[in-house]
Design a protein around this ligand. Structure first.
Ligand code: C5P
Length: 216
């Protein structure tokens, strides 16, 4: 009966790492395969949503029916997201955004001279927090991730509030990164619900089940 439960919905998703240039050949980045975000995009499209995937550099094919916009830096990712928030029913922030970027980007390749080099970093915008706090055009449902190495649930609850998200998917960084699997916990204002270990595709299904009920 409800073969396409997300038909007519517009979903904006970020995925992958960001890449912050130091000079034309070097940069800093985060560990992220993009697999979880791509799995969510694929599943959302299968369920009938119009999906725009703002992706950092990954080597994954575009899921069928998904519109991908490729970016490098966190600033570029932020700009592409904020252009599309009004009109989106949901924002799912899966990207492993670099928290910092080099303060100065050199136009030319920096040459080594036998001395130590100091890199000065400034903080990047927090895209999830900006979208969560939008006063106009905030998507009805805002979902984020929290990869933690300890105190998983309490850090995730803090993030839920700090970023004004409706749902945080918390997981153990050691387990999730680069892996096919995930061991996630849903954290909302009403508490924590462990999903149990499973493939990233299963986590994607659980997130979209929840999203459909939140939008209903
Ligand atoms: O604060 P932390 O990086 O652990 O939060 C993770 C969540 O916030 C993820 O959903 C991630 O996509 C999002 N995030 C973001 N912009 C940042 C940092 C994190 O959107 N600069």
């Amino acid at each position: 009966l409800h073969r396409k439960p997300l038909a007519g919905r517009r979903i904006l998703i970020t995925a992958g790492p960001t890449y912050e240039a130091i000079d034309p050949v070097r940069g800093i980045t985060n560990r992220s395969s993009g697999r979880q975000g791509y799995a969510i995009a694929r599943e959302a499209a299968l369920r009938g949503a119009a999906v725009t995937l703002i992706s950092g550099p990954v080597s994954l094919p575009v899921p069928f029916g998904v519109t991908r916009i490729s970016v490098d830096s966190a600033s570029a990712m932020r700009d592409e997201v904020l252009k599309r928030t009004s009109g989106a029913d949901a924002f799912i922030s899966v990207a492993a955004v670099s928290d910092w970027r080099p303060e100065h980007v050199s136009d030319q390749k920096i040459k080594k001279d036998g001395k130590a080099v100091t890199l000065s970093l400034t903080e990047n915008p927090d895209i999830l927090s900006e979208v969560g706090h939008l006063s106009a055009g905030r998507p009805a449902v805002v979902i984020g991730f929290a990869a933690e190495t300890e105190n998983i649930i309490s850090y995730a609850s803090k993030k839920l509030r700090a970023k004004a998200a409706d749902l945080i998917i918390a997981n153990d960084a050691a387990h999730a990164l680069g892996s096919e699997d995930n061991d996630a916990v849903f954290v909302t204002e009403s508490g924590a619900e462990p999903l149990g270990p499973g493939p990233k595709s299963r986590v994607a299904e659980a997130i979209l089940d929840r999203l459909a009920s939140l939008l209903a």
